[in-house]
Design a protein around this ligand. Structure first.
Ligand SMILES: Nc1nc2c(ncn2[C@@H]2O[C@H](COP(=O)(O)OP(=O)(O)O)[C@@H](O)[C@H]2O)c(=O)[nH]1
Ligand SMILES: [Mg+2]
Length: 219
């Protein structure tokens, strides 16, 4: 990279950080705890948000921001279960940024939300570098993706507070060494909280939801 591009990139990242801090102050002022969910395409982000929102019904008020390159199919699914949702289309961008989240927050009634789930664009690399103003970062890894991903994408495993290993209903059919996968994740991030669950059978959802309920108490 040419040396004169480095100050430009630093200015872009600095501007993003300033906007992220503003977003965090806005969320704090409304007592909303925001969770940035990052994973590869098809890992099960939307399925987990839907299942979680249903499990939290009557206990915590949920709102959702959906990030995708194009379409509103995920937002439509979230709205269909009665949860407020706003779509961000990045038009090719491989991650959300703080300015995009700010636009989405302006469209939500933050006084009617306790937990905000932000589904980032499906990608294991770019979203990690952009603070959105969230309070908690979660990565999802699904069993069919394989147990070697911490070797290949160490950045995301190092950057998150929690890791959800999903689609565990597929374990009988897929060669996935759960113990080795967890060992790799913890070697990158000793404090990482790891959940194992299935959005199909519901196994493990209660433990994940209890953790979210505890987070919501910190708002
Ligand atoms: N077997 C199984 N399939 C799942 C599970 N969670 C999601 N899926 C499926 O995985 C595919 C992608 O899920 P989706 O939530 O759209 O992933 P996203 O692209 O990360 O938002 C869909 O066909 C889901 O039905 C799970 O726990 N078990
Ligand atoms: Mg999705």
């Amino acid at each position: 990279m040419s040396p004169d591009r480095i100050p430009v990139i630093e200015r872009i990242m600095g501007a993003n950080d300033d906007l992220a801090a503003q977003n965090r102050r806005l969320l704090d002022a409304h007592h909303v705890h925001a969770i940035n969910i990052m994973a590869s395409p098809g890992a099960g982000k939307t399925s987990l948000i839907l299942r979680t929102a249903q499990a939290l019904q009557g206990r915590q008020r949920v709102a959702v921001v959906e990030g995708d390159v194009a379409s509103s199919v995920d937002t439509d699914k979230v709205r269909a279960i009665g949860v407020p949702a706003v779509q961000i289309n990045t038009g090719g961008g491989c991650h959300l940024d703080a300015n995009q989240l700010r636009g989405a927050l302006e469209q939500l009634n933050l006084d009617e939300a306790d937990l905000l789930f932000i589904e980032n664009v499906g990608n294991l690399i770019c979203p990690v570098s952009f603070d959105l103003g969230e309070h908690t970062r979660v990565a999802i890894a699904s069993v069919p993706e394989g147990d070697d991903k911490p070797h290949k994408y160490p950045g995301i495993y190092s950057a998150v507070d929690a890791l959800v290993v999903t689609k565990i209903d597929l374990l009988p059919w897929i060669d996935f060494d759960m113990a080795e996968f967890q060992r790799l994740a913890r070697s990158l991030n000793p404090d990482i909280r790891i959940f194992q669950l299935s959005c199909v059978t519901g196994e493990g959802i209660a433990e994940w939801v209890n953790w979210l309920l505890a987070l919501a108490q910190t708002r």
